[in-house]
Design a protein around this ligand. Structure first.
Ligand SMILES: Nc1ncnc2c1ncn2[C@@H]1O[C@H](COP(=O)(O)OP(=O)(O)OP(=O)(O)O)[C@@H](O)[C@H]1O
Ligand SMILES: [Mg+2]
Length: 370
């Protein structure tokens, strides 16, 4: 296999998906590669009660009901819209579902203010049009159109960032299930094969979600993904990602479990403080999601690997945390400073251990940035 900076889920878990398909005897909707039960199992991992000969690791951590609702939606007539705060794993869940159901998670359109109808329908290869005229051969189908033709899942990231024209075009695709190509005289309709559906994501901080037209809302089932606040699941996600990071960067670094506890605890503290804050100025700009925790850890791991020792220490971790979360100056820095004085300092006095280095590292980072 060629090297990829980041392999899509269907490549990364190819062997596992192949195996699941071979043991899957459940009924499959349309041309799905796995039955709904197996899709769920792939995403959430196996349990002893599943009676499989091998263990399937959990890949997305969250409530099983969200995953089930998402799967049911994809077998229905409607598209699936995953909504939630930044970093809650929406895109990752979308990728896993598309990989499990269609073995292709890469038919993706990225929603931005500059996304046009062409990006979700088709465009033309201009030099071929000049040479040979407009025909199916000179047409460039969008990822969504490719998904329609293949009866597989297309993805639309950050739906709410696209303009209402693009959203309207999506409505017609989702209701008519075909795209017409008025430029062509014949063979000018592309019909969606059974199995085609769309998984869109939207960031609830982008607002926009409420501005989606009611026509579009009717064509999507919404699944709201909350920030993981359950410490046990969060610890699992962080551990799962840490191992992957180390493997991906080919790093041999010891990450003491006690440090992960410090990271999880500090995020929990900061979230509680944000929840209790009465104004936006007293709230960190960051959503303090699990993904952000992973970002902090990745930063600390790379920092130690390049400039530090064989083992990650709490001072480096604190520096990465402050560096990642202090986005607005002075507001965010003031919040972090207050946290370090009011919570980290007393904790270091009471408990010592990793908190001592964490206190010191944070103080230094705050001083540098202030
Ligand atoms: N519940 C979760 N289970 C597993 N991994 C998670 C979970 N939440 C976040 N992550 C990890 O965090 C990283 C970021 O998640 P992802 O990109 O899917 O977030 P997102 O919700 O799409 O965020 P954004 O709104 O910023 O696009 C992913 O690599 C994923 O591995
Ligand atoms: Mg995303």
């Amino acid at each position: 296999m060629t090297e990829m900076l980041r392999a899509p889920a269907e490549v990364k878990y190819a062997e596992e998906l192949e195996w699941l398909e071979s043991v899957d005897d459940g009924p499959k909707p349309f041309s799905w590669r796995l039955s709904p039960r197996m899709v769920r199992l792939f995403v959430l991992g196996s349990e002893r009660a599943d009676g499989l000969d091998r263990e399937i690791p959990q890949k997305w951590f969250g409530d099983r009901s969200f995953v089930e609702r998402a799967i049911v939606t994809l077998a229905s007539d409607r598209g699936l819209l995953l909504i939630g705060d930044p970093g809650t794993g929406k895109s990752w869940l979308a990728e896993l579902l598309a990989a499990a159901i269609s073995r292709n998670s890469t038919l993706v359109v990225q929603g931005t203010a500059g996304t046009t109808e062409d990006h979700i329908k088709y465009s033309w290869n201009v030099s071929m049009v000049i040479a040979k005229g407009q025909s199916r051969a000179s047409m460039i189908p969008s990822p969504i159109m490719t998904a329609m033709e293949g009866g597989v899942i297309g993805r639309f990231e950050e739906l709410t960032r696209s303009t209402s024209d693009v959203q309207d075009a999506l409505i017609s695709i989702l209701s008519e299930k075909y795209v017409s190509i008025p430029e062509l005289e014949d063979d000018n309709i592309v019909f969606a094969k059974p199995g085609f559906s769309i998984i869109a994501t939207a960031n609830s901080r982008d607002r926009g979600v409420n501005d989606l037209s009611s026509a579009l809302k009717r064509r999507f089932n919404f699944v709201r993904i909350p920030v993981v606040t359950n410490k046990k699941s969060e610890a699992e996600i962080v551990r799962f990602r840490t191992e992957e990071l180390l493997r991906r960067h080919n790093i041999e670094l010891e990450v003491p479990p006690t440090l992960l506890d410090v990271l999880l605890q500090s995020f929990a503290d900061l979230r509680a403080a944000s929840a209790a804050a009465t104004s936006d100025d007293e709230k960190l700009e960051s959503a303090l999601s699990t993904a952000e925790q992973i970002g902090v850890l990745e930063d600390a791991i790379l920092h130690s690997t390049f400039f530090g020792a064989r083992s990650l220490d709490s001072q480096t971790l604190a520096g990465s945390l402050v560096g990642s979360l202090a986005r607005r100056s002075p507001e965010d820095l003031a919040i972090l400073n207050k946290y370090w004085h009011g919570v980290v300092e007393p904790r270091s006095k009471d408990q010592g251990g990793e908190w001592d280095g964490f206190l010191e590292g944070g103080r230094q980072a705050i001083a540098t940035l202030s």
